[in-house]
Design a protein around this ligand. Structure first.
Ligand code: G3I
Length: 382
């Protein structure tokens, strides 16, 4: 077994190094097809383990955000089941999708994803119970300071109870920190904050805990990754919120750090990231990397060089993050370039299709795949 593992690591490391170093001869035509084909060959011949297996070998979860439409594509569904040990609905559990009207819950999409996870021995996580995004018009029109708490509690209780005992974790509150001028003491003045004040956060977590005592309850946020004034301040405010929640006995169990990264970002400071994650862990919290992807907008058009820059960004971030034992899992926000929010939200100026995720649009593993795999292999055991 040991020899086999050594062979596997050797072969994979070689492929990984080869991909990451991008030996110029390999990239001479600027296409990464050969490299991707070689990875595929290397993985097939070496019986390489999946991201799921390589993460599990270190006591970690690896998974992805998925939309139901992906389950209808055989190649995507096969890859999802093979490579992931956890999935999260990208949109199906947001208010606008799950609650089309006050008296109607629509769980068709999330049930399908939960069923797929169950069939493939995958964990299922929920996203998200409270957010300023994906708010249906009926809620904005209906909610008042008098009925807001009941509306919030009824929604959370109904949705969480549906999956109680079958869910790994919930993003209970998403993106509550906001340091701009419209914020209030560093909190986003979202619908719930306007109607209930900051205690909406406490209410959300307490309601979710009552509905499913076994779920890991997560506070999820973005912009916690690099060393610049804004994100340094965001990390401090998130930490302050978590400290306040913990000191008030609010049942928050983990931080979700979204980690929407940018390739070519010079301000990534692994020391600062490590310290932040350690400070979170010192509160007794676990950590999930919840929405990892890498924007390639600022990289050259050449696919080989872009794939390499994206891979290097994944590796640098994960090497730092996975050093923190409180980090229990990593989810990418999507699995394949075939479908990513970045196509519309962070398009390239040259119009070239974006390439932010571990698999290309034909479900072939990219250098990013090798980088994530190598980071799992290098991670300390949990
Ligand atoms: O499904 C409809 C389609 O029927 C319709 O034709 C089309 C018209 O535009 O809209 C489609 O719905 C879109 C949905 O994505 C599915 O693709 C919504 O308009 C669009 O707003 C929605 O965007 C999602 C966004 O959150 C807002 O909810 C993105 O897919 C999703 O990746 C993004 O994810 C967020 C996380 O939840 C929180 N963290 C940030 C992250 C990125 O913004």
């Amino acid at each position: 077994m040991k020899n086999r593992r050594a062979f596997l690591y050797g072969a994979t490391a070689l492929a990984g190094a080869w991909m990451a170093n991008g030996l110029d001869g390999v990239w001479v035509d600027g296409r990464s097809d050969q490299a991707i084909a070689a990875t595929k060959q290397n993985r097939a011949s070496s019986g390489a383990r999946s991201l799921r297996e390589r993460a599990e070998a270190k006591g970690l979860l690896y998974g992805a955000a998925v939309e139901t439409r992906g389950l209808s594509e055989t190649d995507f569904a096969d890859c999802l089941a093979r490579e992931c040990s956890i999935l999260v609905p990208e949109n199906e559990l947001k208010w606008a999708r799950v609650r089309p009207s006050q008296n109607q819950f629509n769980f068709a999409g999330s049930d399908r994803l939960a069923e797929f996870a169950s069939q493939h021995q995958m964990k299922f996580r929920g996203h998200t119970l409270v957010w300023h995004g994906s708010v249906p018009a009926w809620l904005t029109e209906t909610a008042t300071s008098r009925n807001a708490e009941e509306l919030l509690e009824n929604h959370i209780s109904t949705v969480v109870k549906r999956y109680a005992g079958r869910v790994h974790s919930w993003d209970v509150v998403n993106e509550a920190v906001y340091l701009g001028s419209e914020g209030v003491n560093g909190l986003r003045n979202n619908l719930w904050h306007r109607l209930l004040g900051p205690s909406y956060i406490d209410t959300a977590f307490r309601t979710a805990a009552a509905a499913d005592p076994n779920a890991l309850l997560v506070y999820n946020d973005y912009g916690l990754d690099i060393d610049d004034d804004e994100q340094n301040a965001r990390r401090a405010r998130v930490l302050q919120l978590l400290e306040r929640l913990k000191s008030d006995g609010v049942p928050v169990h983990a931080l979700g750090t979204q980690a929407h990264l940018w390739a070519g970002e010079s301000r990534f400071n692994p020391t600062k990231l490590r310290q932040f994650l350690r400070d979170v862990a010192d509160l007794g919290l676990k950590i999930l990397v919840t929405e990892l992807d890498v924007v390639d907008r600022n990289l050259p058009r050449d696919i080989a060089r872009r794939d390499r820059g994206v891979a290097d960004t994944y590796r640098a971030y994960l090497d730092a993050a996975l050093d923190e034992p409180a980090v229990i899992g990593v989810l990418t926000w999507g699995l394949s370039d075939r479908r990513t929010w970045l196509t519309r939200s962070r398009p390239r100026r040259d119009g070239a299709p974006v390439r932010p995720l571990p698999f290309d649009s034909q479900m072939r593993p990219k250098p990013a795949y090798e980088a994530i795999a190598a980071a799992f292999d290098a991670a300390p055991d949990r």
